[in-house]
Design a protein around this ligand. Structure first.
Ligand SMILES: Cc1cc2nc3c(=O)[nH]c(=O)nc-3n(C[C@H](O)[C@H](O)[C@H](O)COP(=O)(O)OP(=O)(O)OC[C@H]3O[C@@H](n4cnc5c(N)ncnc54)[C@H](O)[C@@H]3O)c2cc1C
Length: 387
């Protein structure tokens, strides 16, 4: 078999795994999977394959990271390279939440500096490139299709390779599998894990081209009767505006239509002000599910789920990426023998419980529309996972 030689972002050339056996297979090359690979390399574990379904070229949502990310980049040994990528600094947030008065959360005095607004696909590709530079094999256009425990231990993984037009298959053996496949949680669900969900949100987003000089270095949040608005200027001179609500509201209000979405934007005066003078990009309104859950079983014999595969947080927290990076590092420590997989799973479950309390607190601060279905549902209690 030949080694996959192309770089993240390059067109597919139907790469195949370079070997048939690996000590560790990581399913998913997002922040969780790449952080795990980077940290494994730091621990001297190089016999690792990252299996990534995509190629880091399409637009990806999820771009705000807090100052804590800087500490994780330092710990992974990629901080200087990350800074050289020149994503947009985020100096804090301003919000209209709980009242129509503007509130600020300033990163000026934060000991770890400012946060960032990422160009997200480029960031994911950067992490994969860094993992490759440290000796990890990263296979793009490769999806985990099926898996089964192997005789003698570990797992047989069946991969679908290349594009739909030129499909190929390969089977590899891994002693240990890390499920970092995001909200698909593909490997964990093949092992029988199920998601214990709290109210999922739907994100309806549009992107705009903005004139130079009119960019804000803050994350903008504005609560409205049926959800909340989010705005951030991205490094590629675009403005991302997103409306978060529940599926029933989005459906009933037909917010997938740009005209309806823009009419709702006009009723959120502070967010609408951000879009003044900005031109909508082609593509219209894009819809993204934003679930909130934890798996009921986060690990088993020879496998562990991390990042969004293990637990997904409401984007209002802006914690998903730092949680994914931290989970990846913790998983690598366990694989290198510094903790058990069970201990990492306990930390994931504990952090999820903290997140549920934080989510409850955030939404509890907004009491202006107690009868509105969106706020009523979010003010109600949340289920905790049984790990
Ligand atoms: C609308 C929205 C907005 C968000 N905004 C923010 C934000 O501002 N800040 C923040 O910190 N977080 C945000 N998040 C959350 C954040 O994006 C996630 O928490 C983060 O991406 C999790 O990283 P991950 O590596 O676990 O999963 P992912 O980033 O989802 O990566 C999983 C990878 O697995 C791959 N994959 C999937 N299935 C397979 C398969 N079968 N075989 C191989 N590969 C597979 C995918 O292609 C993907 O690259 C947002 C989420 C949503 C939905």
């Amino acid at each position: 078999m030949q080694a996959a030689a192309e770089h993240p972002g390059a067109p597919a050339s139907a790469p195949v795994p370079s070997r048939q056996r690996y000590r560790v297979a990581i399913v998913g090359g997002g922040p969780a999977g790449c952080a795990c690979a980077l940290a494994l390399a730091q621990h001297g574990v190089h016999d690792v394959l990252v299996i990534e379904a995509g190629d880091y070229t399409p637009f990806r949502i999820g771009e705000s990271i807090p100052p804590e990310a800087n500490r994780l980049f330092q710990a992974l040994g990629i901080a200087q390279d990350f800074f050289a990528e020149a994503h947009a600094p985020c100096h804090g947030s301003c919000s209209w939440w709980g009242s129509d008065k503007r509130g600020y959360n300033d990163a000026l005095m934060h000991p770890l500096g400012h946060g960032w607004h990422l160009e997200r696909s480029r960031f994911n590709g950067f992490l994969a490139r860094q993992a490759r530079l440290r000796g990890t094999e990263v296979l793009l256009h490769a999806s985990l299709a099926a898996s089964a425990p192997a005789d003698g231990g570990g797992f047989a993984l069946q991969l679908a390779l290349g594009s739909a037009a030129q499909p190929r298959q390969a089977t590899i053996h891994a002693d240990l599998v890390v499920d970092a496949s995001g909200t698909r949680a593909v490997f964990a669900r093949q092992r029988g894990s199920r998601k214990v969900e709290t109210l999922p949100l739907v994100c309806m987003a549009m992107r705009f081209a903005v004139p130079e000089g009119s960019r804000s270095g803050l994350t903008h949040l504005e609560a409205v009767e049926h959800g909340w608005w989010y705005g951030a200027h991205l490094p590629d001179a675009t403005l991302l505006l997103a409306f978060y609500s529940d599926a029933a509201t989005v459906r009933a209000q037909r917010l997938q239509h740009a005209g309806r979405w823009l009419a709702w934007l006009a009723q959120a005066p502070n967010t609408a002000a951000l879009a003044r003078g900005a031109a909508p990009l082609a593509g219209g309104v894009q819809s993204f599910p934003a679930p909130s859950y934890c798996l009921d079983r986060l690990h088993g014999d020879g496998w562990l789920a991390i990042g969004d595969a293990a637990s997904a947080f409401d984007p209002v927290t802006s914690q998903g990426i730092v949680k994914a990076l931290a989970n990846g590092m913790a998983a690598a420590g366990a694989i290198a023998g510094h903790a058990s997989l069970g201990a990492v799973a306990q930390t994931v479950a504990h952090r999820y419980a903290q997140y549920l309390a934080l989510r409850q607190q955030y939404y509890g601060w907004e009491q202006r529309w107690p009868a509105a279905p969106f706020w009523r549902q979010l003010h109600a209690g949340a289920e905790e996972p049984a790990v």
